[in-house]
Design a protein around this ligand. Structure first.
Ligand code: AMP
Ligand code: ZN
Length: 495
């Protein structure tokens, strides 16, 4: 049974979707710049969740928004719209910027093997849905008009603050003097802003020209595609106190019921132990990492190594270690890939279970596959348990590493690929990477030659020395030398 940590209850809960297809909404990027690696960590987390659900046999209807209007410099209605500011600085229209940065975002996510949610919804394509939403909230008595916009009245929603468990009175006491004196409560937030004449993004509305608030887009688009209630909502932890609190207020006020069953949040990525943000200028993009020789999947591995609810401190040393670990993983895996069904390594000739005393891979404890079946079953169970325990991917990676330490066996390779359906590390390409990493060019061993070597191994195990010698001669006449190691394994070398 999959358990997920629900921010709302602060507990790991059994995951019980309302129907067979899991409905899931993920807050998407604000496309005023390239995504930084912190943003990307949050989407790796979203992807791991999607993969875990699929691993457990669920279908998913996932929605992700693209924010191209309404996200102000501060999450709480202050400062300029991020898109407008970038548009002025880069001398490009918001639409041009949105198209370019959304494309860059999907290039990055594709390179990181982050699956694309089924529905991608751009905020500016849903202005009418947002206007309808605000109108509905106003009709129900949850919104009021001021000189500069329409605001949500948190005083009308007693549950306000239930996600962040914030003490509103304390917040208010510590808050700076309110700029907008017409707001009934300092935490009331804009659903719709009236636009100045020269504002470059504005639409007609019942309240004159203007543009939507950031929070309303997620409530409007999730409702449009997923209905009045859905299973899972994801985002980064920074969204808990304002954006998601406000989404809950809007959606529950409109529907009069709980609208999201599981709220999941990914912890932040830090850089060199400190906060990373575009405004601090200490952000890295995936291209920055590539320019320094780190492929996207090394970064993905780096993310996988830390649980999504723990802070992850980015350093280049850490990334280098992740790159090396992924390379070693591929090399280990290739040994299993090249092992034949009975455990012999068809490529290098090393043999599972074989030893100097002549015991072979099919002896007691194995079942003709070269690996201990019960051990393999245990690894599979441990893997599933780790994933189902609130996506404990670091533990699941540990299970993979332990499994790879078993003697070479093709079945282990096959199981590792099943695990990779969750990891998303392209382990099916591991042999290519391993080959590229090995200085010595890999020699292709013809199947007939590998078969002769296997027969010879069996002859040795049976202490049939004359057959063993004649098979050695046959290999030699085919142009292959067989070198026996003390531990009973062998290597084939072209003469
Ligand atoms: P934005 O493009 O600013 O709307 O953010 C996109 C996503 O990245 C949101 O889900 C944020 O919560 C998340 N995010 C922003 N900064 C970080 C960070 N340093 N670490 C992890 N996630 C982040
Ligand atoms: Zn959102």
């Amino acid at each position: 049974m999959l358990k997920l940590y629900n921010t709302l209850s602060r507990e790991k809960e059994d995951f019980k979707p309302a129907a067979k297809t899991v409905t899931m909404y993920s807050c998407g990027p604000t496309v005023y710049n390239y995504a930084h690696i912190g943003n990307l960590r949050t989407y790796v987390f979203m992807d791991l969740l999607r993969r875990a659900l699929k691993f457990d046999g669920y279908k998913i209807k996932g929605v992700m928004n693209i924010t191209d209007v309404g996200h102000l410099l501060s999450d709480s209605d202050e400062g300029e719209d991020k898109m407008v500011k970038a548009s002025r600085e880069l001398k490009k229209s918001p639409a041009e910027l949105a198209a370019a940065y959304a494309e860059a975002f999907f290039c990055d996510t594709a390179a990181l093997n982050i699956g694309r949610p089924e529905i991608i919804a751009k905020a500016t394509d849903h202005i009418k849905d947002m206007l309808d939403y605000v109108t509905e909230l106003q009709k129900k008595g949850y919104a009021y008009e001021t000189d500069d916009g329409i605001y949500f009245d948190i005083g009308a929603f007693p549950d306000y603050g239930k996600l962040s468990r914030a003490n509103l009175d304390e917040q208010i006491a510590g808050a700076r003097v309110e700029v907008n004196s017409q707001k009934r409560h300092p935490a009331d937030f804009a659903l719709w802003k009236k636009a100045e004449k020269n504002h470059i993004m504005q639409w007609d509305s019942p309240w004159g020209k203007g543009y939507p608030g950031w929070h309303i887009e997620c409530s409007a688009m999730s409702r449009k595609y997923l209905g009045s209630a859905f299973d899972i909502h994801t985002g980064g932890v920074d969204h808990i106190p304002i954006h998601h609190e406000n989404e809950i207020a809007q959606s529950e006020a409109r529907e009069g019921k709980k609208t999201v069953n599981y709220w999941l949040h990914g912890e932040f990525m830090l850089v060199d132990g400190g906060k990373m943000s575009k405004s601090l200028g200490n952000t890295y993009t995936l291209s920055d990492l590539a320019a320094r020789g780190y492929p996207p999947l090394a970064f993905r591995y780096f993310c996988l190594n830390t649980h999504y609810r723990k802070k992850l401190n980015f350093t280049f040393e850490g990334l280098a270690a992740a790159k090396t670990a992924l390379e070693r993983l591929c090399i280990q895996l290739t040994k299993h890939k090249n092992a034949s069904a009975n455990g012999a390594d068809a490529k290098s000739g090393s043999v599972a279970g074989a030893n100097a005393s002549g015991a072979d891979a099919t002896s007691a404890g194995t079942s003709g596959t070269g690996a201990d079946e019960s051990k393999i079953e245990t690894y599979q169970k441990e893997f599933a348990d780790a994933i189902n325990d609130d996506l404990n991917v670091p533990l699941a990676l540990g299970v993979l590493w332990t499994m790879l330490k078993e003697p070479p066996c093709r079945k282990i390779y096959d199981i590792a690929l099943k695990f990779d359906a969750v990891f998303g590390l392209d382990l099916h390409k591991s042999a290519e990477l391993a080959a590229a990493l090995t200085d010595e060019p890999q020699q292709e061993i013809p199947a007939a030659v590998a078969a002769l070597a296997e027969r010879r191994l069996a002859a040795r195990a049976a202490k049939n020395w004359s057959l063993s010698d004649s098979l050695r001669d046959e290999l030699k006449s085919n142009g292959w030398l067989i070198l026996d190691a003390k531990d009973g394994t062998y290597t084939l070398k072209k003469e």
